[in-house]
Design a binder for this molecule. Structure first.
Ligand SMILES: [Zn+2]
Length: 199
């Protein structure tokens, strides 16, 4: 019998099977393992709530193409207010996280090019300061990959291929805005910091 999200929300023991039963479609060749974890997600970004992640620990760095990714799915995915249906789950798990697996496999875009783009919009000093002091270089370096993943997720919704709940769609748009505005926000924080040092 196919496990429903409703059942997986109730019973921890079937969550691994539920995740394995998802149809990854075109992304299947880029995924090595699917792992349910009762731990908290490794990343704790203030505004971002995507409670699943793809990992390159399966054997590739960003810079080396051809590595399959592990997909992690957490308890918080099953307790998430905006993940109410199988389609909501697949939007996060397949359209977003598996999209990252494909990015990882192709090694584009990578953090070096992302950092370079950041310095074109801002400055190298700001990138260094932001990374050292703000401590969220992950956001800056992942900016390009996140924007592409959220845009892919939204394209599926807008084309009607993925019918998600309104709360999830709003959350995706907020997360996308967060990444689009990141250089500006990072600059503001940088200026505040400099101001604090000067005074
Ligand atoms: Zn992402």
């Amino acid at each position: 019998m196919i496990i429903s999200l409703e059942q997986a929300r109730r019973e921890i023991g079937v969550r691994q099977r539920f995740a394995e039963e998802r149809n990854l479609g075109e992304f299947a060749p880029y995924v090595s393992d699917i792992i349910y974890s009762s731990a908290s997600p490794r990343t704790t970004k203030g505004t971002i709530l995507m409670p699943a992640e793809s990992s390159k620990r399966a054997g590739s760095f960003y810079y080396i193409p051809g590595g399959k990714s592990k997909l992690w799915v957490y308890a918080s995915t099953f307790n998430h207010d905006n993940i109410q249906t199988e389609s909501d789950f697949d939007s996060v798990f397949v359209d977003h996280e598996c999209f990252h697996a494909k990015q990882n496999f192709r090694a584009v875009p990578n953090p070096i090019s992302a950092a370079f783009d950041y310095t074109k919009e801002n400055s190298f000093l700001e990138l260094i300061m932001h990374n050292l002091i703000q401590g969220d270089k992950v956001d800056i370096l992942n900016r390009k990959t996140e924007i592409e993943a959220y845009q892919h997720q939204l394209a599926k919704i807008e084309s009607g291929e993925r019918d998600v709940s309104r709360g999830l769609e709003e959350e995706i748009r907020l997360d996308l805005d967060y990444y689009i505005n990141l250089p500006k926000e990072a600059n503001l924080r940088f200026l505040e910091l400099i101001d604090g040092v000067i005074r």
